[in-house]
Ligand binder design. Structure first.
Ligand code: SAM
Length: 393
């Protein structure tokens, strides 16, 4: 299956010849060259690592480089903990090596190596009597089941990235992640059956509580009458908004198979009397009218530019003049969280074969081109996880 807007394989695999541009190096470029020559010089490295003051910086840099090369091991240690359910095993009390090894069905020496690795990563801690307990990172992961679900889910991503150069050279190759997110490559996603949407819908539900509380704590909905959550998944955000705002009327739109799952959750939350669910494709079907605020939670980054623009235009048509659109997703170029947007999500979405993380500026331009105005960012507690952009029709 080919997608519109994707360069055919023959062109994509060969970069066009670079244009000859007469080179004038800027001051910044010259400084970069001097700095890099210095850093690469073994004598300078020796000097830096043995000179008090500079030594601290040199050691920090050495650690950062080491973390880059060993990140895969850290991730696999974490995956082992999740698969063996070790954080829950230690939730009540610290345990001895023997007790943990027995529960995890591991031989003693590999269990010790795993546990010592977890201590170095602050996933666990080691008490004076030799028992292992939860570390700060382990406790944080235990408190948020969405993280464990993502850790397990990432195994699919790692298999797609096993040969990163091959992955980059073949942007048309089918990936496990694109099969997982069935709508990403589907010509008619509204026909997807329940078994095709069940897996990703459950994953989204697991990580939704944290996202919902970020959004609801950052943006006040009390001045709105009716919310339409577009691509609302299993209805978790809609239910959280409904519980926080008892007078808010609720609507959500998603693929028919997903909307059917949401309907059950909404009914179970006791919110059916003020909720409506709609099934269809937000690219080809008209969105329901009547809401004065539309939310797009973790949606826009999933889609290539042309489709994302189509979606924004569709939302613009559904809103009344003065109506609001709230976009919530991790952004590219987020200060202090560049690795999340520009490394993790950029590669994640490339493996999904659809979409890209966008910066605030890029989304702002797209919104304006779709007819929105008064675009502004709303600060959130943890931009690493969710950034908010609000715009007006
Ligand atoms: C990444 S999930 C986010 C779900 C939810 N907003 C959340 O944050 O948990 C993307 C959602 O968009 C829905 N979706 C994808 N393509 C769609 C389409 N063409 N029409 C309607 N919904 C679509 C998916 O079914 C899925 O529920």
């Amino acid at each position: 299956m080919t997608r519109r807007g994707v360069i055919p394989l023959a062109d994509a695999s060969v970069a066009p010849p670079a244009k000859e541009i007469p080179h004038v190096s800027s001051l910044a470029e010259r400084w970069l060259s001097i700095r890099n020559r210095l850093l690469a010089n073994p004598r300078f490295q020796k000097f830096a690592s043995s000179t008090p003051g500079i030594r601290t910086i040199a050691r920090g840099k050495a650690r950062a480089v080491f973390d880059l090369l060993s990140g895969f091991i850290y991730s696999q240690v974490l995956l082992a903990c999740v698969r063996l359910d070790l954080f829950r095993v230690l939730e009540k009390e610290p345990l001895t090596l023997e007790a943990i090894a027995a529960r995890a069905n591991l031989p003693l020496d590999p269990a010790r190596r795993l546990l010592d690795a977890t201590v170095s990563l602050d996933l666990m801690c080691k008490l004076k009597d030799g028992r292992y307990g939860l570390g700060m990172n382990g406790a944080a992961i235990l408190a948020n089941p969405g993280i464990a679900a993502m850790v397990e889910h990432n195994a699919i991503l790692y298999s797609d990235l096993a040969d990163p150069v091959d992955f980059l050279r073949n942007p048309e190759r089918e990936t496990a992640l694109s099969r997982y997110w069935a709508y990403a490559q589907s010509d008619d996603p509204s026909k997807l059956p329940d078994e095709a949407v069940r897996g990703y819908s459950a994953l989204m539900s697991a990580s939704q509580p944290l996202v919902a509380s970020e959004i609801l704590d950052a943006y006040p909905f009390q001045n709105h009458k009716r919310l339409l959550d577009v691509g609302g998944g299993e209805g978790r955000f809609l239910c959280s908004a409904g519980e926080r705002y008892p007078n808010l009327e609720l609507m959500m739109f998603d693929l028919p198979a997903v909307a059917a799952r949401a309907e059950k959750n909404i009914a179970a939350s006791g919110l059916a009397h003020r909720s409506q669910t709609f099934g269809g494709s937000f690219f080809t079907d008209e969105l329901p009218k009547g809401a004065d605020i539309v939310t797009l939670v973790r949606i826009l980054h999933d889609h290539d530019d042309e489709k994302a623009a189509q979606l924004l235009t569709n939302i613009h048509r559904a809103l009344p003049p003065g109506g609001h659109l709230l976009i919530a997703e991790p952004l590219a170029e987020t200060r202090g969280a560049e690795r999340m947007g520009d490394a993790y999500f950029a590669f994640y979405l490339m493996a999904m074969r659809s979409g890209r993380p966008r910066s605030l500026g890029t989304i702002e331009n797209m919104l304006r081109r779709s007819g929105f105005s008064d675009v502004r960012a709303v600060p959130t507690r943890v931009p690493l996880q969710t950034s908010l952009i609000v715009a007006q029709r």
